[in-house]
Design a protein around this ligand. Structure first.
Ligand SMILES: *Cc1c(COP(=O)(O)O)cnc(C)c1O
Length: 233
């Protein structure tokens, strides 16, 4: 096993360095350990280091891991979510990062209301990523927010984006800056039930740049748990 605790220390240090660079408080930034494809023992190791926020992208995997660890971890759904699977995770996750259609938001709303809870969500934006077809286009954002703000059992907490893989993370800076600016613009509109407190952006390859541009949640997988092996599963 890779030395997870050492990796976590490195990431935490880097978060602080990036925050300091732009005069931000490191405590404004939440580290989400992306544990997808990784076994329970890895997550337990992260929990020992007081990293409790785990990011997963598959409903089935969240169900299995939740069964093992329950609320010892705080679960984040960061992957594409099909409407027919919302019911399996609605009572297990604390934040859904990947909402990108009204149909999905409505389904989350109806499932949340069955459990008498309000689900916190982020809107996934597709700013410049040709590799993924998921995420709203920026032109669609305002109408979408106004529609979702009418749903009583979901609460928009901010924006999320997956930037493309680039060798030089500076190439993604403009994307993070654009998301931040969108959040500022939306906040100014003071829409009921909508806050822009969370900007979920930055992954192993580019989280320092994302923090410099205002990220409040970084999703780090490889940098904590090592490379993922999709063949082994
Ligand atoms: C896998 C994944 C991550 C983590 O990627 P790394 O490059 O391993 O840090 C972050 N966000 C999302 C949405 C992911 O699917």
């Amino acid at each position: 096993m890779k030395n997870i605790s050492e990796n976590i220390n490195d990431v935490i240090n880097n978060i602080e360095i990036a925050a300091n660079k732009v005069g931000r408080d490191k405590d404004e930034i939440t580290l989400i350990a992306v544990s997808k494809t990784k076994p329970i023992e890895y997550i337990e190791e992260a929990l020992k280091c007081n990293i409790i926020n785990m990011g997963e992208n598959k409903v089935q995997e969240i169900r299995q891991k939740y069964e093992a660890l329950g609320n010892d971890a705080v679960w984040h759904m960061i992957g594409h979510l099909q409407t027919n699977k919302v019911k399996y995770i609605i009572d297990k996750v604390s934040l859904i990062h990947s909402v990108d259609s009204l149909k999905l938001a409505e389904k989350i709303n109806s499932e949340a209301s069955k459990h008498d809870i309000t689900m916190d969500i982020l809107i996934q934006l597709n700013v410049a990523n040709e590799e993924t077809k998921f995420g709203l286009m920026t032109e669609e954002l305002i109408d979408f927010i106004i529609n979702v703000s009418r749903l009583s059992n979901v609460r928009i907490k901010g924006l999320m984006t997956i930037a493309p893989y680039v060798v030089n993370s500076e190439e993604n800076r403009y994307i993070f800056r654009q998301i931040r600016q969108l959040a500022v613009d939306i906040k100014r509109k003071n829409i009921d039930n909508v806050s822009m407190d969370i900007l979920s952006m930055g992954m192993t390859n580019d989280y320092m740049v994302a923090i410099e541009e205002g990220s409040t949640m970084v999703r780090v997988g490889t940098g904590i748990f090592g490379k993922r092996d999709y063949n082994k599963r």
